[in-house]
Design a protein around this ligand. Sequence first.
Ligand SMILES: [Ca+2]
Length: 272
Amino acid sequence: MDWNAGFGNIKGCHSMFQYILVALTVTVANAVNLALHKPARQSTTLDGRFATKANDGSTTPAIDPNCAHTILPLPGIPNWWYVDLQSSYTIISIGIRNRDECCSHRTSDFHITVWEFDPGPHIKDNMEVTYCTCKYYAGQVPTGRVVNIPCTTSCIGRFVALVFTKRIEINICEVEVYGTPAPLPLRTSMKISKMKNKKAIPSVMPTVYSIQNIFQCSVMCMKDDQCFSFNYKPSAGGNCELLSVGVHPLEETEASSEWTWGVLSKRIQDVC
Ligand SMILES: [Ca+2]
């Protein structure tokens, strides 16, 4: 896993936090479906029911010729479907329609993830740090119906991937994606270094969050103008500690098999 590859181009004209606030105030009403007719891909394909059938604009809830269909995955390999929006957006919500004539239980229990970079055909191998989870949808999408799922985390990216947790074929009749254009590029970029098995020791109590993955911990740090580095461990509760400039000298670290220390080597700067 190339940590820096996942973060080297995180940029924004204003602070990312400002844009997130704006994005959250935008309603989906009259919004454009960003996924429509964009390139799509899925883990496997059964009988010509390609990934693009899930964003072809046909919302009829019958499998042919309207819906995408994969085969049963190998054990330990998730089934997935994703769309390339061909530009970066702050994702606000998605809509997903289930089939109605058979097997509707298959469209259930999936992560809606947003990626800055193409997750490629080996999503499982890229799922440690390089994406943002907009929402985990637990349960089944109602038979033949569409559900609109708002993101509970504001994610910026170009690729929206549904990653299913059950080992089962997936059928998706239509996916719609809504969002707002991502922040304009900055002239400066950010680099984050990751040091595994190490934890920075702050001189005062750090700001602590419970975060799903290390990517989100790093985003929290980027949103905080005072954050200089962060400690993260992959467990529940208080697993993301944000450390401010001046709180700790760089050499004050300790060895720890649980923690990873991430350091921002360059701050995002507003050039507008
Ligand atoms: Ca369709």
